[in-house]
Design a protein. Structure first.
Lengths: 256, 256
C-alpha cells in the first residue's frame, strides 16, 4: 500500500474538473456460461474489490458520465443503463483506517478531495458479455467478471449497492421483460430460465416458467433447434422486440 | 424583485452546513374533492411557482433531508416518500436572467452558492391531504395545493420533474397498488377509480376497472355504504393491508 500517495498525486490534476460530493457506481451485469456475472475492479494497492465508478465532470449529466465510465471499463457504447438509487448515508465514504491514514498523511492538499463525503448515484447496466473488454481504471490493476458466488467483501458500501441492484432486477422480473441485452440473439428456453434463476437466486419449475413466459407474447419461437443433430435439442427463441419494448413501457400485464 | 438580495443574505449563514451541488425536489401528491393535487410554493419576489425542495446537511442522508423538508412544508411525519430520479443536466440550474442578475450583483460572496450547479434528487410523496398544513419556506410567500390543470410554468426544470413523477406513478399503476396514502381509510370504488383516472389522465370503463381491481385481492368490501339513506349509494371498501404490502413488494401479479 506504499504507493497510494503517488497514485492520488498523479490523479490530482484531473480532480478539478469534477463536481465535489458526487460520484457514481455501476453494477454491470453480464451473462455467460449460464451464470450471471458482475464486472468488478481490483484496487491497485489494497487489492480490495470494488464496483467500477467515477465522478461527474462540470459539463456532464450523470448519464453522460456513466456512459463515459462504462465505455472506459468495457469498450462498449450505448449500454443499457439505468439509475436505480442514490446512496447517501453520511458515513458511507469512510474508508478503512489503513487507507485513510495513507491519504491523510499525504502532503498534497488535493487529497482532501478523496476524503470528502460523496453521495453516489447507483446505475445498473446490462451488457453483452462476449463484446465487453474489461479494462482497469487509474486506481485498479484488474477489471474482471465475477459470479455472485465469487464475490466476497467489496470496498465502502459497494456490497449494499450490488445487493440493491439485484433486488431491483428481481422486482422488475415480476412485471418487466428482461434478457434482451444479456442473452444472444437466439437462445433456448432453458437459457432464459437459467438467467431468471440466477437473478432470483432460486430454481423455477420448468413447465410453469415456459407457460408463464410464453403467455407474455414477447418471444418468437424459431424453427431452428440449438444444435443441428440431436433429436432432443431445445428450440431456439428470439425476443419479439416490438412487444418487448411495449412491455418495458407498460409492464408485462398491459396498461389501464 | 428588489429584495431578493436581502433574502439570500439572510439565508447565507445557513448555507455552510449544506453540501455543495446537491439539492432535492419533492413532488407531493394529495387527493381531494376527487382531484389529484400537487403541493407548490410561490417564490417571494419573482412570484414564480416551484416544487418544495431543499438542500442536504453535512450529517444527513438524502432521506433524512427529504423528510425534514416535507415536515417543514406539511407538518407531517412519516410521509410515504420515494426517490424516483436524479436530474443532472448541466444547464438545469440556470435561472432566468432577471433573477440571475440580481443574485450576481450581490456583494456577498456566498451568493455564489446559489449560482453553482446543482444536481437534484427527485422524491415523490403521497400524503393525506386532510392532514397536511401547507407552510411556505424562507424563499416563498405561499405554499398551496394545485390541481394538474392549474399548474402552468414552474421554475427551472421543475415541470420536467413533476412530469417524470407522474410518469413514474402511471407506470407503477400497471403493477403496484396505489391509494393507501391518498384515500381515506374507507372509500368507494368510484373514488378509487377517480384517483386512477386523474393520475392516468384518461377515463376508464367502470366495470372493467372494478373487475380488474377486485381481482388483485387488495380490497376488502365493507357492509357499509357511502351514505346511510340512499338506495343506490355505493359500497365502501378498505385496503387489505397485508395483501397490499405484499403487492407493493412483489407486484400485483405475484412473483416467480
Amino acid at each position: 500500500m506504499q504507493n497510494i500517495r503517488t497514485v492520488t498525486q498523479n490523479f490530482d490534476f484531473h480532480t478539478h474538473q469534477f463536481l465535489n460530493h458526487i460520484s457514481l457506481d455501476c453494477v454491470v451485469f453480464g451473462f455467460h456460461d449460464n451464470q450471471l456475472k458482475v464486472l468488478l475492479i481490483r484496487m491497485k494497492y489494497t487489492k480490495e474489490w470494488a464496483l467500477p465508478g467515477g465522478f461527474v465532470k462540470e459539463d456532464e449529466s450523470l448519464e453522460v458520465a456513466a456512459n463515459r465510465v462504462l465505455k472506459d471499463r468495457t469498450g462498449l457504447d450505448n449500454i443499457f443503463l439505468k439509475q436505480f438509487k442514490v446512496f447517501s448515508e453520511p458515513q458511507r465514504s469512510d474508508r478503512n483506517p489503513a487507507v485513510k491514514d495513507l491519504i491523510d498523511s499525504g502532503s498534497n492538499p488535493d487529497h482532501e478531495w478523496f476524503n470528502q463525503r460523496f453521495i453516489s448515484i447507483g446505475f445498473y447496466a446490462l451488457v453483452d458479455f462476449s463484446k465487453a473488454e474489461p479494462t482497469p481504471d487509474f486506481f485498479s490493476d484488474l477489471c474482471a467478471w465475477k459470479t455472485l458466488d465469487e464475490i466476497n467483501t467489496l470496498i465502502l458500501d459497494h456490497s449494499q449497492i450490488l445487493n440493491k441492484a439485484l433486488e431491483t432486477l428481481r422486482l422488475q422480473l415480476n412485471y418487466q421483460p428482461l434478457g434482451y441485452n444479456l442473452l444472444a440473439d437466439k437462445f433456448t428456453m432453458p437459457e432464459l430460465q437459467k438467467l431468471y434463476e440466477t437473478i432470483l437466486g432460486k430454481e423455477l419449475d420448468r413447465r410453469n416458467f415456459q407457460r408463464k413466459m410464453l403467455s407474455y407474447g414477447i418471444l418468437n419461437k424459431l424453427q431452428e433447434r440449438k444444435t443441428g443433430g440431436a433429436h432432443k435439442a431445445p428450440y431456439l427463441y428470439e425476443f419479439n422486440l416490438e412487444n418487448y419494448q411495449k412491455a418495458l413501457q407498460n409492464g408485462l400485464f398491459g396498461g389501464w
